[in-house]
Design a protein around this ligand. Structure first.
Ligand code: SF4
Ligand code: FES
Length: 310
């Protein structure tokens, strides 16, 4: 099994493990941020460059360093490899540059965005960004689009990570949305606004790292940090039926898939569970969901580190 050293910590990992996953096994500060890579989605990654690291030693056999920073989600570990992540100034600067780039066209509308509090871009900007932008040009804007009865697309907020496209490819039989155009003209298109009509289409909301795809049944109902996430399940003939329900008092405001600390869903859920089961009687409540993710959703995170929400 290959051994890799990341920011001075050595770990042995299975053959074919990416640097990103090796860092996740180590945990802590050395874990690079990832805005487009998503473990359950085959083929994802390699789009956003937030996960850049420096390979200071290629391997035991060929110790030459890699000439440029590499995307850790796409670069596999070699035996004897040495990697600098947060410990290297060039990496820190590059991540700062990527955040600036991702924010070129992204509106700073967090106060009215449903994703605020659990937005990966918000966290990325806080943890890896700089306070200023050098961009002077007009930002591109789009009209909001309803993608079917349940999903709203704010293209203005999209960072073109392709996760929703991979999700639709992987878990729905008939993808009717994708990215069209190139460069500054690239956008998510629903091919003449055709509705995504599929039992699992709501999962694109969960995988979207920003507030570009939002749940129309939850929009503007509450800020996420006012709600309590509870693990719940029901007998469902379409999906696993295991979800997180977000409650306030007796009311269920929204239903999502269960996510790990990297924001990756454990199991995809169907639209019936997500959009149509909003009564307490629909669910067997298991208990509070521990939110381990570093985000403002873990209240007081910035003062106290990861928090369990109860
Ligand atoms: S809509 Fe969201 S998930 Fe889809 S490409 Fe844009 S940012 Fe990524
Ligand atoms: S997470 Fe690696 S390139 Fe986006």
């Amino acid at each position: 099994m290959p051994k890799v050293t990341i920011d001075g910590q050595t770990i042995e990992v299975a053959e074919g493990t990416s640097i990103l996953h090796a860092a996740r096994q180590l945990g802590g500060e050395c874990v690079p941020p990832a805005m487009c890579y998503y473990t359950p989605l085959k083929g994802s990654g390699g789009k956003c460059r937030t996960c850049l690291v420096k390979v200071t030693k290629g391997s035991e056999k060929d110790p030459r360093p890699m000439p440029k920073l590499v995307a850790s989600c796409q670069t596999m570990v070699m035996d004897g490899m040495e990697v600098a992540s947060k410990s290297d100034q060039a990496v820190v600067d590059a991540r700062k540059g990527v955040v600036e780039f991702l924010l070129l066209n992204h509106p700073l509308d967090c106060p009215i965005c449903d994703q605020a509090g659990e937005c990966h871009l918000q966290d990325l900007a806080f943890e890896h960004g700089s306070a200023n932008t050098r961009y002077e040009f007009e930002r591109r804007t789009f009209e909001k689009i309803d993608i079917g009865p349940y999903i709203k697309l704010h293209m203005t907020r999209c960072i073109l990570c392709y996760r929703c496209v991979y999700t639709a490819n992987q878990i729905t039989d008939n993808r009717v949305h994708g990215i069209i155009g190139r460069g500054d003209h690239a956008e998510i298109s629903t091919y003449i606004e055709k509705a995504i009509d599929n039992d699992f289409s709501g999962n694109v909301i969960d995988v979207c790292p920003v507030g570009a795809l939002t749940d129309r049944t939850f929009r503007f109902k509450s800020r996420v940090w006012f709600l309590k996430p509870m693990d719940a399940h029901r007998d469902c003939d379409k999906c696993c039926g295991k979800t997180t329900v977000w409650v306030s008092g007796e009311d269920i405001y929204r239903v999502t898939a269960r996510k790990d600390k990297y924001g990756e869903v454990e199991e995809f859920i169907c639209n019936t569970c997500r959009f149509e089961k909003k009564s307490a009687s629909d669910w067997v409540i298991e208990g509070p969901r521990a939110i381990e993710r570093h985000s403002v959703i873990s209240q007081n995170h910035y003062a106290n580190g990861a928090t369990t929400v109860v």
